[in-house]
Design a protein around this ligand. Sequence first.
Ligand code: AMP
Ligand code: MG
Length: 400
Amino acid sequence: MITFKEALDLVLVNTPILPAVWKNVHEIDSDVLAEDIKAKVDLPVFSNSAMDGYALRFEDTHSVPVVLRIKGCIKAGDFPRAIVGKGEAAKIMTGAPLPEGANAVVIVEDTEEKEKTVIVKESVKKGDYVRLKGEEIKKGQIALKKGTKLNPASLGFLAAMGWRKVRVFSKPKVSLLITGNELVKPGRELKPGKIWESNLTTLNAALDQINIKPVFSGTARDSLQDLEKKIQKGLETSDILLISGGISVGDDDFVQELLLKQKVKKIFWRVAIKPGKPTFFGIKGKKLIFGLPGNPASVLVTFLEFVRPAILKMMGQKDVLLHERKAILEEKLQKKVDRAYFLKGILQERNGRAYVKSAGLQDSHILESFGKANCLVFLEKEKNFFKKGERVKIQILPWK
Ligand code: AMP
Ligand code: MG
């Protein structure tokens, strides 16, 4: 059986970055830039006032109070024609262009207006309350680099520089296929032997956390015919097909057999991890196919460890893995399998130190503790006993 690291590497080397598309800046959420963005203009486009006040020559305020003659009022959106000379000031509002001749602004609070004059009570220095043309970025400079994950601030920055459309990496089309004869939609009546289906909800929510809406979600019975039809549909419509259940060694676990029949190339099946041992990964052309174990906690762990990084890589992101750090174990832990173990944990900061403890029952069918957890404790394959006080590697759950 391959190790976690080997499996993750295989997923990532087989994951292509999708081509770039043009997108309206206001339609982008967390997309990644597919090109360097050069500033088309200086920003600010013109020198302007940072405050409501009076534009003046700082030299005129060496000794205060001083009385200056007011030469008009400049509002945001105006273009001033007046030139501010010695002994003069122009009333100016925040964002209004600085008139020629002026080299500083005194704020309203430090002045008193009397008829056509203003009494300036505080001295100002050159450039006070002036936002200089080009101080944020100069025309021709690289404003945002290819590979930048856009966020509200950088999107606003693009808009402020006049960009309406930019090239970003496309998002993959993801399909979900849930398998199992025992499954009933939540809300429907449970007949004997049946359980409410939960993986569709889990996977949808996990995809939503990375701003992906599946293009197709289906449920299939554990029958060769039904499954084959839906696997075909999933393969046709998506860049990534996620299948839940039917990938283990049960009598009705047909997923792998059918994927191979559909010319999916197997990259791996079974990984030395718990939960998630039966995970299957295959490719068909540039499409990725994940067969995830149906147990509710396994499906989420394997999504986070393999599928999420693949999706993020496809979208051009660099930072694709769960964020890792170290924490001190608050209790001793013993694992019973010679596989790497993802323990649902609770991380707490106390006195500037990070402590972690188990979030509760850890079996593959249990979501109760997973819901309380804020991290996964990564217990390496080679070791089975972990002492209280030992420093262990943890991965932060990436919930919004
Ligand atoms: P499987 O991977 O199909 O062998 O399923 C493993 C375990 O997970 C079984 O106990 C299934 O009943 C359960 N299971 C599979 N799929 C789901 C699902 N979508 N929702 C809830 N439980 C599931
Ligand atoms: Mg099943």
